[in-house]
Design a protein around this ligand. Structure first.
Ligand SMILES: [Fe+2]
Ligand SMILES: [Fe+2]
Length: 247
């Protein structure tokens, strides 16, 4: 098992690992700037691989922000390992994430950010988009306004071991996988978040399972409005004993 590294936008690196036989690949993103940031830390069991990949890009001890889009093993399993080696690093999470998980789970108090709040990294500025119930209640997305990249976490995920960047339209596959996994509990909440992200300037959808999606993002927003993927009550994934991971 190894980590692959690809620069998917200026100074944004996708670090991706595909465990053999897994249903999905697991990615996280390193943003190289004056205050370096990671979006997702990856799983605890993958810390060594991810840390080694980060070390090829920056000095990991200089990490400043560890952004946690929601509380789940592939988003923050190795959070405390990174906090231990980066003395200035702060976890960054939504108000709900801070209240219900990270305040206790994290070895260092999280920096809690609200919708519309900005995080300056130096050249880049990140803006927070709260996304409750897309797909957990603490979920948030992050927009890099400088280089038009939206970090979407599990939204727009695709299964399998995929190339770093996909330019062709994957919207049918995205819809199918949402229905299979049942990861979006509420169409109403999903559409409220689509309302928030549609006006944003975006060239790249940085999802952490499958390929990063480039080209007109509106085809993906439209696909999730026109094909109901929320409100799935009986998803095949819910009943699988040894399911491919759809985290
Ligand atoms: Fe997730
Ligand atoms: Fe995930």
């Amino acid at each position: 098992m190894e980590a692959t590294i690809a620069e998917i936008a200026p100074d944004i690196f996708r670090i991706s690992i595909y465990p053999p036989g897994s249903g999905v690949s697991f990615g996280c993103f390193l943003i190289r700037d004056e205050s370096p940031a990671m979006i997702e830390t990856g799983l605890r069991s993958m810390y060594d691989l991810v840390h080694d990949a980060v070390r090829r890009l920056i000095d990991p001890a200089k990490l400043r922000y560890l952004v946690i889009p929601h509380f789940e093993m592939d988003e923050c399993g190795s959070l405390n390992r990174f906090l231990a080696i980066a003395p200035r690093a702060e976890p960054v999470c939504s108000p709900v994430g801070g209240l219900v998980t990270l305040a206790d789970f994290s070895d260092r108090p999280p920096k809690i950010v609200g919708g519309g709040e900005r995080l300056s990294l130096g050249r880049k500025e990140l803006r927070i988009v709260l996304a409750p119930w897309v797909h957990y209640w603490d979920s948030m997305l992050v927009h890099d306004e400088t280089d038009r990249t939206l970090f979407t976490s599990d939204l727009f995920m695709q299964p399998g071991d995929r190339e770093a960047i996909a330019r062709e339209d994957r919207s049918a596959e995205v819809v199918d996988f949402c229905r299979f996994s049942g990861l979006l509990p509420s169409q109403k909440h999903l559409e409220a978040v689509l309302d928030r992200i549609e006006p944003l300037a975006v060239d790249t959808l940085a999802c952490h399972h499958g390929s990063v999606l480039t080209g007109d993002p509106r085809r993906y927003y439209r696909a999730l409005r026109q094909n109901t993927v929320g409100d799935v009550v009986q998803a095949p994934f819910y009943e699988m004993r040894n399911p491919p991971s759809a985290g």
